[in-house]
Design a protein around this ligand. Structure first.
Ligand SMILES: *Cc1c(COP(=O)(O)O)cnc(C)c1O
Length: 432
């Protein structure tokens, strides 16, 4: 099938996510036929480096032979069975391994990141209700936070473009000061600024903790609003405040989990644990939609009862899908067998070195990096900068999608030096 044919049919029937469809007249989507490692290949054989891991989900490349093999094996056994009234080895094994990795021993599954957010919010509220504290119904999130776009998740998301239109449909929540290190005063360190942001949170908790169920945040990196990075001490302080004020901490590691920040989970860098941990995106290596909320024995125990209504009666048709769980197990095998976290440390240092000229470019501000995420803001960005940069990078065989004036790289972990060079050179060319 030709590109043109596929594009015309796309426009006739398909409604794309996060897209004003009329803009496709100027920027048609890539017609992708297949993938190979970090590369996307279109219907005419052109290759594009997937430098943002297909919206941050892909870890070990497209058409990965090891994940493929696991799925093919699972297909011959059982593709799906409902998880109410049935159980199966892939979902049990995945839950055991995630528990061992996170210290959170009870796993509830959904399909997308947003459904994990919904599950965590409902579980926190219901925990307090089961514990004789039904007045704890409020949620806190951070300014510029992102937790998905279903109505409950959008209520705790702070992105005007996605949220303002739907404000009449949303429940109020409080947005605390973001610890984003770029907001530090001149001369103030990221660490000191993070403590100042935590003091703002404490002031809110001191007045409202009695009616607050949980705070939800993205540990270390606020992704969707432009890869804002912050000091781990913020998470330590939030953990202390949550313990002191009896408020749950929901760690939304949907984007930062599975090695993105340099440790398996971002919370490890602060030595803390949430009461709830939301995972998705990298969970299946970018293969299949699966999300998971992990929680503590204490939360689980509050629901364990003879009374049906004290249980967590939430469900999705595809909860715990065996194929998705097998993909996730294959991903965990690769992490173990290939020593991915250590190997990424070496790769990240190499790529950072290759980006020295980008970091020093006169238009580049706030060059920042953690783990396998790199970002910078572009000074004097013209209106339409993001689309323009996207188009120019494509011409050189690189798929990037800047967020506003922020360019970021979030490559699959299988990226190698020649591809890193292409990415650095393309970026320099696009900046000039
Ligand atoms: C992507 C994302 C979500 C939402 O996940 P979807 O699968 O797109 O619904 C939630 N939280 C964070 C931090 C994310 O990056």
């Amino acid at each position: 099938m030709t590109n043109a044919n596929l594009l015309a049919r796309t426009q006739a029937v398909l409604w794309h996510p996060c897209t004003q469809m009329k803009h496709l007249e100027q920027t048609p989507p890539l017609a992708i036929a297949r993938g190979e490692g970090p590369w996307l290949i279109d219907t005419e054989g052109r290759r594009y480096l997937d430098a943002i891991s297909s919206w941050w989900v892909n870890l070990f490349g497209h058409a990965n032979p090891r994940i493929n093999a696991a799925l093919i094996d699972q297909l011959s056994r059982i593709e799906h069975v409902m998880l109410a009234g049935c159980t199966h080895a892939p979902v049990v094994e995945l839950s055991e391994r995630l528990a061992a990795l996170t210290g959170l021993g009870h796993a509830f599954y959904g399909s997308d990141g947003a459904s994990a957010t919904e599950i965590a919010l409902k579980m926190s509220f219901h925990f307090w209700r089961n514990s004789g504290r039904p007045e704890k119904t409020g949620f806190i999130s951070l300014k510029n936070g992102y937790h998905g776009e279903t109505l409950g998740a959008l209520s705790v998301t702070d992105v005007a473009l996605f949220k303002d239109i739907y404000a009449p449909l949303l429940r109020h929540s409080h947005q605390a000061t973001s610890p984003d290190a770029r907001l530090a005063a001149p001369g103030e360190s990221a660490h000191d600024y993070a403590l100042r942001a935590a003091a703002d949170l404490e002031a809110h908790l001191a007045a409202h903790a009695e009616r607050t169920a949980a705070i939800i945040l993205e540990p270390l990196v606020q992704g969707a609003t432009g890869m804002a990075m912050y000091a781990p001490v913020y998470l330590q302080r939030v953990r202390e405040l949550c313990d002191h004020y009896q408020v749950h901490l929901i760690a939304d590691e949907i984007a930062v989990g599975f090695g993105r920040t340099g440790t398996m989970f971002a919370c490890e860098q602060a030595g803390i644990r949430g009461d709830f941990l939301c995972l998705s995106k990298g969970l299946t290596g970018g293969y299949l939609p699966l999300s998971c909320v992990l929680t503590t024995d204490a939360v689980y125990a509050a629901f364990y009862d003879d009374a049906t209504a004290r249980g967590f009666l939430h469900s999705h048709s595809y909860t715990g899908n065996p194929l998705a769980c097998r993909a996730a197990l294959a991903v965990l095998d690769i992490f173990e067998q290939d020593g991915v976290i250590d190997a990424n440390r070496v790769k990240a240092a190499r790529f950072t070195a290759l980006l020295a000229e980008v970091a020093a470019h006169p238009r580049v501000r706030n060059f920042r990096h953690v783990g396998m995420i790199w970002a910078f803001d572009v000074a004097d960005a013209a209106p339409g900068f993001s689309d323009d940069f996207h188009r120019r990078a494509l011409e050189q065989g690189v798929f990037l999608r800047p967020i506003g004036d922020t360019v970021y790289f979030m490559p699959p972990y299988v990226i190698e030096e020649p591809e890193m060079r292409l990415l650095a050179e393309t970026t320099l060319a696009c900046l000039s």
